[in-house]
Design a protein around this ligand. Structure first.
Ligand code: NAP
Ligand code: ZN
Ligand code: ZN
Length: 350
């Protein structure tokens, strides 16, 4: 298969920093869209993956799944996109397209899904390589349209942080009259606050960082609770319809289960390295449930982008150069991100 070279940032092992390299991208085939990457968001999953915290990373690893770019070429069979379009690519670049999950537009749950990075590449040898690069080639069905009114850099994190919070809030029918908690004001959490507010709920942010109280309210929270203060937590007991947990590290999940009303649900989207022990009593006492959620399928991702276009919702970002990525990872580990790093890919060409 014919390929072209692209500059990228990769890591060869769990303990090495990311560094400049050259990778190969396939020439667009019949149904492919070739994209020059303009911006790529930095998700905490990129860090978990680069450092093999989930145990399945194949190296070399090129993270990045919050991609916004410009179409530079299309295959002869491509119908939805043309050269010059501004488009997005999220966590998925392919799936089987025939299983019940794919036919329901829930491609994220397909057993043969191809993730943007770290899956086996169907076209080239080795793992799929993500958005910390100059370009990417993706089959048309997995490319998203970006509403023209959204700033492309601030829209990039919608492709993961956006859909990962939008999807469970929709699934659990969050809306007016409900009290909804968002745990952790990071990349995902700040979008959870914005969406829950836009859907009409009473929104309570739980944060470990007192320095984020004012931002939490500015972003849409009606109340901010400092989760390390037992008195503030006790005051919220058994009062929530729904809580979305977007914490990247080990924490006490039972403390949040206790805040749910009868039949309330706590959905985990955070993916910490270590298991989170769940006690029986907080669950059984009020018939509460605890569940998880994984990004969102292609139709819902497009729906989310269109919703953001209609309501002028984007992410609060701090732009970085590609060569600042290792420092950005260290800041992410100290919860010092306001509220998503986005890489200006032009810095990779300098
Ligand atoms: P992030 O920007 O680093 O935010 C995580 C937030 O968690 C921090 O800002 C902090 O908020 C809170 N936090 C961090 N350490 C904590 C601790 N020890 N105890 C309590 N709170 C702590 O991360 P992100 O990109 O939003 O990702 C969050 C998690 O979701 C990651 O594990 C990521 O892999 C996962 N994820 C899952 C999916 C999915 O499909 N399910 C998709 C994307 C990401 P405060 O300062 O407010 O406390
Ligand atoms: Zn992500
Ligand atoms: Zn499938």
């Amino acid at each position: 298969m014919r390929t072209t070279s692209a500059r990228a940032y990769a890591t060869p092992s769990a303990t090495s920093p990311l560094a400049a390299t050259t990778i190969q991208r396939r020439e667009p085939t019949e149904n492919d869209v070739q994209i020059e990457i303009l911006f790529c968001g930095v998700c905490h999953s990129d860090l978990h993956f680069a450092r093999n915290e989930w145990g399945f990373t194949q190296y070399p690893a090129v993270p990045g799944h919050e991609i916004v770019g410009r179409v530079t070429a299309v295959g002869a069979g491509v119908k939805k996109f043309k050269v010059g379009d501004t488009v997005g690519v999220g966590c998925l670049v392919d799936s089987c397209r025939t299983c019940p999950d794919c036919l329901s537009g829930l491609e994220q749950f397909c057993a043969e899904t191809t993730m943007t990075y770290g899956s086996t590449d169907k076209h080239l040898s080795g793992p799929t390589l993500g958005g910390y690069s100059q370009s990417i080639v993706v089959t048309e069905e997995f490319v998203l349209r970006l509403p023209a009114n959204l700033d492309p850099a601030a829209a990039a994190p919608l492709l993961c942080a956006g859909i990962t919070t939008y999807s469970p809030l929709r699934h659990w029918k969050v809306g007016p009259g409900q009290k909804v908690g968002i745990v952790g004001l990071g990349g995902l959490g700040h979008m959870g606050v914005k969406f829950a507010r836009a859907f009409g709920a009473h929104v309570v942010l739980f944060t470990t960082s007192p320095s984020k109280i004012a931002d939490g309210k500015r972003l849409g929270a009606h109340e901010v609770v400092i989760s390390t203060d037992p008195a503030q937590m006790a005051a919220q007991t058994a009062s929530f319809d729904f809580i979305l947990d977007a914490v990247a590290a080990t924490h006490d999940i039972n403390a949040y289960l206790n805040l749910l009303k009868r039949d309330g649900n706590l959905t985990l989207v955070g993916a910490p390295e270590k298991p989170l022990p769940v006690a029986a009593f907080p669950l059984i006492m009020r018939r509460r449930s605890f569940s998880g959620s994984l990004i969102g399928g292609l139709p819902e991702t497009q729906e989310m982008l269109d919703f953001c276009g209609q309501h002028n919702i984007t992410c609060d970002i701090e732009m970085i150069r590609m060569d600042e990525i290792n420092g950005a990872y260290e800041r992410m580990l100290t919860s010092d991100v306001k509220y998503r790093f986005v890489i200006d890919m032009a810095s990779l060409r300098d």
